[in-house]
Design a protein around this ligand. Sequence first.
Ligand code: R2B
Length: 310
Amino acid sequence: CDNSKDSKTDVRYEDGTVRLRNSNIELMDQDILYHLALGSGSHDLVEMFGDVKFVCLGGTPKRMEQFAHYIMGEIGHKLPTGTTLQDISQFSYRYSMYKVGPVLSISHGMGLPSMGILLHEVIKLMYHAKVKDPVFLRIGTSGGIGIEPGTVVISEQTVDGLLRPYYELAVLGKIVQRPAVLDKKLMRELKALHHAEDPYETVTGKTMCTTDFYEGQGRLDGAFCDFNENEKMEYLEKIQSANVINMEMESLAFAALTHSAGIRSAVICVTIVDRLKGDQNYRSTIFMELLIRLPGMKISMGSKEKIRSG
Ligand code: R2B
């Protein structure tokens, strides 16, 4: 809603808590975070989530459960005796959410609408829980453009299929464009975690976010295809010369909505195929392990002290 234009430069409260740019929410008796199976009236959100520092979003429920277990080991988080890690959002039957100390691990599904809906609710969750200075990380898979499968790409910019750095949405019959901005400092901090002995490259570059996996990413192997191999290659080479190094389907909404909320965020994707070499030669299983460990590096190495003290 466009009812808080005045707070454009003032996106957070002085103490670092998230300021909502929608004054309607304050006027509501309770706010139901429907797709998370949580609510400001039904749950003590400050008690449950007030200590969150990192919000990690990845595609599938299973991967985010595995990631939560991985992080638990990394930061030495102990669950109370006799308890196991619970999917907090299990009864939404939409997304999965796990909390491991200061880390939230949440599945976002596939595509911009799924990411957008989730972010509305997670950003409101941050607000209701009075979380201070949260960092949001999207961890995902992607198709590489001219880079070795297994490469870790940290996005410096995200663009749509027309190479525009905006997240576009039709609102009340008009197109609204929100700039998709990622935190450059966070990107550099993440890049600096790469070790020379790591068995994969870590690179930064532009990420293209498409609204479809098949035709939208120039694949020849969908149920429909009205272009030929030459046209496909011409397009992929064109975006490569515009410095696009990978393609995925959620980063525009992620960058735009976190930026609008004044939340620092980064997109980290592993490439599972080089699209200049083919459409289907996925090597996903080898790289899932890597994907699960990636933001863990940031959380466990980059910010262990912070986590321990706060
Ligand atoms: C990467 O992988 C998914 C498609 O297979 C999609 O969510 C994305 O961005």
